[in-house]
Design a protein around this ligand. Structure first.
Ligand code: ADP
Length: 579
């Protein structure tokens, strides 16, 4: 019965419509009471063979029934609106928080579980808040009022009603803790299953390649069976719950009826009193019955509350305490000052005293063998983590002084795994800048070397992409992502192995076109393959978390060292391809 603080919190943005929904629910309950009272009067009239008022009373009953129909519709609408507001506010908040948590969070939490919380959990909260809570308030206020009314006409009826009502309300509470535990177990299993399915679907090609489809299916079946068991266990407890409530309701009503009949037989009450007791006794329990029903509907929300709270309060890896805006027209100078960073309890630092400068408006390449620390460097720049030592500055200002949102908005990243949405090509591009004109789109698509291929498609820019852009080749997806990043109004552009699925000639074309396409931006190209960086203004060679050398292509080749080895490895690789 005690409302989870997370759910109370969720209800806050919709306080007004919820209050309206509760008042309307109260009005609906009043129509039930009025109907019972009117019917009692009518029946008493019949008993007294006094039928003069009967037509009026019946007409009043009809009017009450009509009013109730209208009120019920109104109540549902209000409650639905309140629920929608709760849902939207909660999802917005959770999504914004997920954004702040950044990808660092998803390395520990599973995407599928987060999805389940965000979709099903939030739906459950909606039902809980918009249907269960108003009913809860009604249940706590209406029966005592009815009892008070009955006490005035027939005090003895309370002997049966009060204990029954107490039992109906308090009885199930004895099971609450067990129910909460089972509910948590059920929710966790549900979340786990959601995560497993999402992974299995997304990883289908890998599973097939590894011949693991059968095993995965078996594991999913086992998971489904576990969910079934958890559901049944939960149902068993909640059925006992319902059983107790029903028993109390039936027992109480029967006791009240017996008492009413007894007082009628002994002649201590009027007929009206007897009928009132009979009809109001069952009305007294209606809110309790309704509450049990809404409880089942809103149950998922109650179980999800812990998961929601965990997601909402998860600590981001970095603190968003900066206040400066990184939004500016001129490209900034980007500088690493003696940056040192070690992951968790890794034995060696991933970056160990890295210093370099990416000049404003120029292209700086970061190269190095696998594991050199290139991705880490980018993660630090975007503040998915903060370095333990040293600092990173944009235009002389530490990245920590900017608000996270403006910092990340100011850095457009094209990465190896591009994300395209199930939408048209134009829509996918406009994600970066909703107000972009068609001319803007063609300009960036040309710069990214994808314009001709888009116009060759039957629907051109209006072509609907499959899920994750499945209808395009890997290289096309990357170039589209590049176009999207070019469209973004970000003064810093990062290409993170972004041209790796593009063939070399095209890669060279893109890189050559980049200074013009990305003019007015500070560009960072993180690359494995050297063709992509040959024309960079400056190349930073990273090895085992340290800066091995900084220079231009020709100078670095001459100097020998790590860069020369990378060049030779690249040549050998190309040789293999040619052979
Ligand atoms: P690159 O991008 O150049 O291949 P990374 O930045 O990914 O290199 O990795 C640098 C080092 O940090 C490697 O030794 C790698 O094993 C380690 N590393 C990368 N990510 C993590 C992580 N999330 N947790 C622990 N160690 C990591």
């Amino acid at each position: 019965m005690i409302v989870h603080p997370e759910l109370r919190r969720a209800a806050r943005p919709a306080r007004r419509p919820l209050l309206a929904a509760t008042l309307l629910q109260g009005a609906v309950t009043l129509t039930h009471l009025a109907q019972a009272a009117l019917l009692a009067l009518a029946l008493a009239g019949l008993a007294h063979r006094d039928t003069g008022r009967l037509p009026w009373l019946l007409a009043a009953v009809l009017a009450v029934v009509g009013a109730r129909a209208g009120l019920t519709v109104w109540q549902r609408r209000t409650a639905t609106r309140a629920g929608a507001r709760v849902r939207v506010a909660l999802r917005d908040e959770l999504l914004a928080h997920l954004g702040r948590l950044g990808p660092a969070h998803l390395t520990t939490a599973r995407a599928g579980a987060v999805r389940t919380t965000l979709v099903d959990g939030v739906e459950g909260v909606d039902t809980y808040v918009s249907r269960y809570l108003p009913q809860l308030l009604i249940t706590l206020t209406v029966p005592p009022l009815v009892l008070a009314a009955l006490a005035a006409t027939e005090p003895r009826a309370l002997l049966g009603l009060v204990p029954a009502l107490l039992l109906a309300l308090a009885g199930p509470r004895a099971w609450d803790r067990l129910l909460a535990a089972r509910g948590k177990e059920h929710w966790d299993t549900y979340e786990g299953l959601g995560a497993d399915y999402l992974e299995a679907l997304q990883g289908m090609p890998a599973l097939r390649a590894a011949g693991a489809v059968g095993r995965t299916r078996a594991r999913l079946e086992e998971r489904s069976a576990a969910l079934h068991r958890a559901t049944v266990a939960k149902l068993r407890v909640s059925l006992v719950d319902t059983g107790i409530t029903d028993l109390a309701i039936q027992g109480g009503t029967a006791a009240a009826a017996l008492l009413a009949c007894w007082s009628a037989v002994t002649g201590s009450t009027t007929a009206t009193g007897t009928y009132l007791v009979l009809l109001l006794a069952s009305e007294c329990f209606r809110p309790v019955r309704d509450l049990a029903r809404e409880w089942h509907a809103g149950y998922l929300g109650a179980s999800a509350a812990d998961g929601l709270a965990a997601l909402r309060t998860a600590e981001p890896a970095v603190e968003d305490t900066g206040t400066a805006s990184a939004h500016r027209q001129a490209p900034p100078e980007l500088r690493f000052h003696n940056v040192r960073f070690t992951y968790g309890d890794a034995p060696a630092p991933a970056l160990d005293g890295v210093s370099f400068t990416a000049q404003a408006g120029r292209t700086t390449a970061i190269v190095g063998p696998s594991g050199a620390g290139k991705s880490t460097l980018l993660a630090l720049l975007l503040r998915h983590h903060d370095p333990q030592e040293g600092r990173i500055t944009l235009d002389g200002r530490a990245t920590t002084e900017y608000t996270l949102a403006s910092l990340r908005q100011g850095i457009a990243v094209v990465s190896q795994d591009t994300y395209l949405f199930h939408a048209t090509i134009a829509d996918n591009l406009r994600l970066a800048r909703p107000g972009a004109t068609d001319d803007d789109l063609t300009r960036v698509a040309r710069a990214a070397g994808i314009h001709d291929e888009i116009t060759a498609l039957p629907d051109g820019y209006a072509t609907l992409l499959g899920e994750r852009g499945a209808t395009l080749s890997g290289g096309q997806r990357q170039r589209l992502a590049l176009a999207r990043a070019l469209l973004a109004d970000a003064p810093v552009l990062v290409l993170d192995e972004a041209t790796s699925s593009v063939d070399e000639r095209r890669e060279a074309d893109i890189v050559r076109a980049l200074p013009t396409a990305a003019s007015g931006r500070t560009v960072l190209v993180i690359a494995h393959r050297l063709a992509a960086v040959r024309h960079a203004d400056r190349i930073v060679v990273l090895d085992s978390g340290r800066v091995d050398a900084v220079g231009e292509h020709a100078g670095l080749v001459e100097a020998g060292g790590v860069y020369t080895r990378l060049v030779e490895a690249g040549r050998a690789h190309r040789g293999e391809l040619a052979a």
